[in-house]
Design a protein around this ligand. Structure first.
Ligand SMILES: Cc1ncc(COP(=O)(O)O)c(C=O)c1O
Length: 413
């Protein structure tokens, strides 16, 4: 008898769906499409020469370490180097507070694995990173959400929810947020860290984009502000800081790290053992060598230059080609820009017309927990050269005008 797979699926599969973004990436991957959709870094900016050199060096100097099974919490040399890097950025940590993970996406799976039971409440921003929701869903949580304004997540809404709900965990992307590109103001950061630590509710601070700032001054991370409140003791941290090499070096390495109290690190190690034993040893040694050579700052400088120019090009093109009904906030960094159209416009429908005219973006609705956002969409400028950005935005401007006209939402022509 053939296996009846549908009857065998675990309950947890009901909470899962393939990412709408992945589906859209399939369209965007066709080579003649202008790809404003995926969040992929520009491959031309990968430090290929340096990584080639490092690979040879690593295989000469540490061949066994690089190819052997490793420790679950990560290669000690890398954990040490990252602890130093974190301290230099105001986040107190020793190597015992660093867990290396296979992409920060894995931290978003391991943390709820050890902290969240079915029906526990997770507080998220609305909209939020779809990959986080996908991971969290496997553990059957209930979501409550706070809206974002131009200063980031609403602290008032958070204060109310912390009072009314038994929130177990918060997940925030305060800097160059995915999908909106918004950066939380300093005042908001201080208030939110104070609220969380007074309520004793941990925050996952997901920070893949923090180093990609194109204008303005750096703001303290939530983890830094938390350290200022708890006397710089990593064991008393409320904020669990998640960093990654995906956007600074290369996502294919799949190397990221989490900064957390040692007892949480111990639990994560237990959970990770059951998942993949440890993260890729060779990739960890590559990342370590990159830090050892002190090449990361130059690499970040280089990519910031290119992304900053592309970000400017996209904002200028939007100002030139989009109708005034399309509202957006200019991002100070990161990879994304978020557009809001008048209510009644369905950007999923709009995508069909845009894709027919060879431009892709991501409709906003899937990023919202609890529905809504049909009139929004996300674009990235990262992997598109400036002249092509102008071309794509000009086409999109026409598609938007068509949809506004059809919806009777505009007299714009
Ligand atoms: C907010 C956010 N968190 C996590 C990730 C996953 O990154 P990684 O490649 O480190 O798994 C991404 C990737 O785009 C992201 O945007």
């Amino acid at each position: 008898m053939p296996v009846k797979w549908e009857q065998l699926y675990a309950q947890r599969l009901k909470g899962m769906s393939t990412s709408a973004i992945r589906e859209i990436l399939k369209v965007a991957q066709s080579s003649d499409i202008i790809p404003f959709a995926g969040g992929w870094p520009e491959a031309a900016l990968f430090p290929i020469e340096q990584i080639t050199m490092i690979c040879e060096e690593v295989l000469n100097d540490y061949p066994r370490q690089a190819l052997q099974y490793g420790l679950t919490d990560g290669e000690p040399l890398l954990r040490d180097a990252l602890a130093t890097e974190m301290r230099a950025r105001g986040i107190p940590a020793g190597p015992q507070n660093i867990v290396i993970v296979s992409g920060s996406q894995q931290a978003l799976d391991l943390l709820p694995r050890i902290l969240v039971d079915e029906d526990d409440v997770i507080l998220v921003e609305n909209p939020t990173f779809l990959g986080a929701i996908q991971s969290f869903n496997a553990y059957g949580p209930r979501y409550v959400s706070v809206p974002l304004d131009e200063q980031g997540a609403s602290a008032d809404a958070m204060e109310r929810l912390l009072r009314e709900e038994r929130v177990k965990l918060m997940y925030l992307i305060p800097t160059f947020h995915n999908p909106t590109g918004i950066t939380m103001s300093r005042a908001r950061r201080e208030r939110i860290v104070a609220l969380a630590s007074e309520a004793g509710v941990p925050i996952i601070e997901d920070d893949p984009y923090g180093r990609l700032r194109y204008r303005g001054d750096d703001l303290p991370t939530l983890a830094q502000l938390d350290a200022a409140r708890n006397g710089g003791d990593p064991e008393r941290a409320t904020v669990l800081y998640s960093g990654t090499f995906s956007k600074t070096l290369a996502p294919g390495l799949r190397i990221a790290w989490l900064v957390c109290p040692e007892r949480i690190a111990d639990q994560l190690v237990m959970a990770k053992q059951g998942v993949d034993l440890h993260s890729n040893s060779l990739s960890q040694m590559i990342a370590y060598s990159f830090l050892k050579h002190d090449w990361l700052d130059d690499q970040v400088e280089r990519i910031r230059d290119t992304y900053g120019q592309r970000c400017d090009a996209m904002c200028q093109a939007i100002d030139d080609y989009f109708p005034p009904e399309a509202r957006y906030q200019r991002p100070d960094g990161g990879l994304f820009l978020w557009v809001t159209l008048p209510e009644g416009i369905d950007t999923a429908e709009m995508l069909k017309d845009a894709a027919a005219r060879k431009v892709a973006f991501v409709p906003g609705a899937p990023f919202f927990v609890g529905g809504g956002g049909h009139n929004t969409f996300r674009m990235t400028f990262a992997s598109v050269p400036a002249p092509v950005i102008r071309q794509g935005i000009a086409i999109l401007g026409e598609v938007i005008r068509d949809h506004l006209r059809d919806a009777g939402a505009s007299s714009a022509d």
